[in-house]
Design a protein around this ligand. Structure first.
Ligand SMILES: [Mg+2]
Length: 296
């Protein structure tokens, strides 16, 4: 990595954007991000608003790696469609935006919803796209028993991502599923001190790697090599700028698995470099202060 830039270098080009989403996703309707121009191109820093500074600092390392680290190749990458926890006609409308795909990741375990609603969402996807492989993502929202109940009724899955919150629960679930469904770890990789802990615990068959939470493409590549498991690259709902780092990671990994980097389809069509994308002055102030705190 090249020398770390001064804060003033980031501030010179800092651009705070707020891009509207088509539907509420993980409780937000607009995605805010701070973009800056580095030596190798534009970079994105977009820790979610509620994240503490400690966590946001790791995301900043990723942004610095994107803007000032090694220049990386971008190749063709197979993408999955991503379906938020919606029901009814919204399913068809949202999936249609992804064009052609061979894999759909479906959000389940949304707070306030039932397993019945999850099952009907999956059934509707299977009706619309009978050939597509199905992945579920519970964001840790189920108990072991609930995850088992859903797995027993849902039919064939490519994998079940973060069905439960803790590594212990994932390990227990994996034993109880006895290979019937692969378990993927996401939060258990990026929200813990040691991203390899879930691997050592035998708690996952697949790792989901996200560039910003892991501190950058360089670190994510090391982890992919170290874990010895199949890897899916997924976005952290970045704008078009931050997504480029995910594409760089997926390109470097090679293979043909479908990666979760098609999430721009969940955004309104707003160019992040247009005036329309600019955040309000008070949101810009908020982000610049956050940057000053996290840049240490
Ligand atoms: Mg996930």
């Amino acid at each position: 990595m090249t020398a770390r830039p001064e804060l003033s270098v980031l501030l010179e080009t800092a651009r705070v954007v707020s891009v509207p989403l088509l539907t509420t996703f993980r409780g937000i309707t607009n995605r805010e991000a701070l973009l800056f121009e580095g030596e190798t191109g534009w970079a994105e820093w977009s820790p979610f608003l509620e994240y503490p500074d400690d966590e946001a600092r790791t995301w900043l390392q990723a942004a610095l790696d994107q803007g000032f680290g090694p220049k990386r190749e971008l190749g063709e990458v197979n993408l999955n469609a991503t379906l938020p926890a919606v029901n009814g006609s919204e399913i068809e409308t949202l999936l249609a935006r992804f064009g052609s795909f061979d894999t759909v990741k479906i959000k389940v375990a949304e707070s306030g919803q039932t397993i019945g609603q999850d099952l009907s969402r999956v059934a509707e996807v299977r009706r619309l796209y009978p050939e597509a492989a199905i992945r579920l993502d519970a964001n840790g929202g189920f108990s072991v028993e609930e995850a088992l109940a859903l797995a027993a009724q849902v039919g064939e899955l490519d994998y079940f991502e973060q069905p439960c919150r803790t590594i212990g629960e994932l390990a227990e679930l994996r034993v109880k599923l006895s290979g019937a469904v692969r378990v993927a770890a996401d939060e258990s990789v990026r929200k813990v001190d040691d991203p390899m802990a879930v691997v050592y615990a035998g708690a996952a068959d697949v790792l989901v790697l996200k560039v910003q939470p892991l501190g950058g493409v360089t670190r994510a590549l090391e982890l992919a090599n170290e874990c010895g498991l199949p890897v899916t690259v997924s976005s952290a709902l970045e704008t078009a700028v931050g997504l480029q780092a995910g594409f760089a990671l997926a390109t470097a990994l090679g293979g043909n698995t479908a990666h979760g980097l098609g999430t721009l389809r969940l955004f309104e069509n707003v160019d992040v470099f247009s005036n329309q994308a600019l955040a309000s002055e008070d949101r810009r102030e908020w982000w610049l202060k956050r940057l000053e705190r996290c840049f240490i």
